[in-house]
Design a binder for this molecule. Sequence first.
Ligand SMILES: C[S@@+](CC[C@H](N)C(=O)[O-])C[C@H]1O[C@@H](n2cnc3c(N)ncnc32)[C@H](O)[C@@H]1O
Length: 223
Amino acid sequence: MLDLGVRLSEIARGIPENASLIDVGCDHGRLPVSLLLSGRIAHAVAADVNALPLEKARQLASDYRIGAERFDSVLSDGLSSVGNVSGKTIVIAGMGGLRISHILRNSQSRLPTVARLVLQPNTETMTVRRCLMDIGFTIVDETMCSERSKRYTIIVAEPRSDQTMCSDQELFLGPVLMKRRDELFEAHCTERLSFLVGLKAKLGDRFPAEREIQRQWLSNYLY
Ligand SMILES: C[S@@+](CC[C@H](N)C(=O)[O-])C[C@H]1O[C@@H](n2cnc3c(N)ncnc32)[C@H](O)[C@@H]1O
């Protein structure tokens, strides 16, 4: 078996049993290969914009004797060269949120038929959530995990005709994370708040207005 570690395992948890998976920005290919090996998913397409990582993924699949009937790989900028996406679960993980949002917006017209998106932005989670709202998705689950002292947010979203909209505070903090109030998330919010309080004390009048709004969202949520 292939050990996924904490972050990729948490991402894997968002992928439905028997899914047909598209891993955009697959790099090493550990996620699709591990899920195929364990029988969790039925099929995987590994996609990457760079040839070298894609070759690593192909090699890994071949090392574990995963056949072409279950594993495909494609050189692709986002979803642009990926075939049918209908009914599939798309993972986009380990990239900045701006890049993830760009990939989603570029393929917006093809996304209403996907089963689910599982996203793990390294930055700009608010931008990603706003993008999901804009393209007609509802956030159905969110988790936060920590690996090697770094925290990661995982967002699971589905296209819904009865889309649930979020307030700006929910887009910033995460609508599901706010409801769950996990220990890790609360610690994360407390740290962010204390950083902003410190910054405000240091900058005084020069404390940016958007930071002040974030400070208020955090404070209202925590207290
Ligand atoms: C840091 S790795 C993340 C690998 C894996 N998804 C994970 O979470 O461990 C980011 C990968 O995304 C790929 N990538 C970056 N921009 C991309 C794009 N527009 N389309 C497809 N792949 C992209 C990079 O080549 C790289 O292999």
